[in-house]
Design a protein. Structure first.
Length: 414
């Protein structure tokens, strides 16, 4: 029933420096502190249109997979932007704008003041920019429009037209450039340095560390919600495993750090999953450092198509991740269709191509006894997954899943 997801090619690398059963060390814990995460949650939860995204139990899939529980955090409905990225980029835009207004006026404004237009002159003089595979740029553009800043977004040649149009729909200037995501990151940084713009990036590199911490703090909100919702199940034991997909690693590191804040030594076993054509974190654990990989990075999982590991993310994952998996595109397409159809009486779920790598890794590991044993997966396992995007490119989703997301959601409400 779970084939061809479970049979798709998969590779496993254990982390020899993982600290399972121990709290993270000081260096990892300093990347995104509890106070920064708490501030992000207070702020974001007060924004217009905020609502926690659902945690959906999939008992049919759990039974078919032979484990105790699978629950998925559905980020496809976040702020109607279609992905968890809405939490990070827009929040970092606000943090930078607040700092600029405070420098100019001597008083840090509230977001309510900014939304009310009381600092429009300062806000409109600020330009934010970033590089994106689609979802992060949409968040930055949305945040810039909401808070009154100008915005320029760089996309690489493989970003779909649908995702470009969605970014432009928030009023951003979109510039398409040759090369990969990592090439667009470098071009955006160079343009910002030349023009005095503020880069709002979800990756970190030498000389650029603080803003990505705010982005990661924004991402931590979905982890807080997921853990609260999981605990809300009566007498529910904590997750035994968390599988999170990764590009540069920022979201995975944010989830890992927040699990450490909440659970410490009792945090779940943490598994990072990447496309096999863009597995910079897999390379990092093999090399014992934050690795950079080359190549076209031409994975269908476009939001994960990154070759340069985020330095901050690696500070967390170098000891917080227990295992790393790489998975094939064929498995991702099959997983999208599996979730859209639902197993037994499971609720059909819309998940985009970059959202399902964690599920592919889980089912692939369970189908391989030696990998399942290495990951301590068995009948009592309770797995938390993050479906990090919905149909952020509706046309592409329909082509892969075999029917539009509207039809999937309609079947879920029947």
């Amino acid at each position: 029933m779970l084939d061809p997801v479970s049979s798709a090619p998969l590779s496993h690398a254990a982390n020899p420096h993982g600290r399972h059963g121990q709290p993270l060390g000081a260096r990892a814990r300093a990347v995104v502190e509890p106070a920064r995460c708490a501030a992000a949650r207070r702020e974001i939860s007060a924004w217009p249109g905020f609502a926690p995204t659902p945690l959906i139990d999939l008992p049919g899939l759990s039974a078919a997979a032979g484990i105790a529980r699978i629950a998925v955090k559905d980020e496809g409905v976040r702020f109607r932007l279609g992905s968890f990225k809405a939490l990070g980029g827009a929040y970092a835009v606000l943090c930078q704008l607040k700092a600029r207004i405070a420098d100019a006026t001597g008083v840090e404004p509230s977001s309510a003041d900014i939304l009310a237009g009381r600092h429009d002159q300062i806000a409109s003089a600020m330009t934010v920019c970033c590089a994106t595979d689609g979802n992060h740029g949409r968040s930055v553009a949305w945040g810039a429009r909401m808070f009154g800043a100008a915005c320029v977004i760089y996309i690489h040649e493989h970003v779909s037209q649908g995702r470009e149009d969605a970014i432009a729909g928030f009023g951003a200037e979109v510039r398409r450039v040759s090369g990969t995501y990592d090439d667009s990151v470098r071009l955006a940084a160079a343009a910002a340095a030349a023009k005095g713009w503020t880069v709002i990036s979800d990756t970190s590199y030498d000389g650029y560390m603080d803003i990505p911490r705010d982005v990661m703090a924004g991402y931590s909100v979905m982890t807080d919600e997921a853990l609260d919702q999981w605990r809300g199940q009566e007498d529910a034991p904590a997750p035994s495993h968390v599988f999170v997909q990764a590009g540069v690693g920022g979201a995975a590191a944010a989830v890992c750090a927040r699990c450490d804040h909440a659970l410490g030594a009792k945090r779940p076993r943490f598994i990072v999953v990447e496309p096999d054509r863009a597995a910079c974190l897999f390379a990092s654990v093999r090399e014992g450092r934050a690795a950079n990989i080359g190549g076209a990075l031409d994975t269908m999982m476009a939001g994960l198509a990154a070759g340069d590991t985020s330095l901050l993310a690696w500070d967390v994952l170098a000891e917080g991740a227990d295992d790393f998996l790489s998975v094939a595109d064929d498995g991702a397409a099959a997983a999208m269709r599996l979730l859209a159809a639902g197993v037994e009486d499971d609720t059909p779920v819309v998940a985009g191509e970059s959202a399902v790598a964690g599920l592919v890794g889980l089912l692939g590991a369970l189908a391989r006894p030696e990998v399942a044993k290495a990951l301590a997966l068995g009948p009592e396992s309770r797995v938390l997954l993050f479906l990090t995007e919905g149909d952020t490119d509706p046309e592409l989703y329909t082509r892969i899943a075999g029917r539009p997301a509207t039809a999937v959601r309609a079947s879920a409400s029947d």
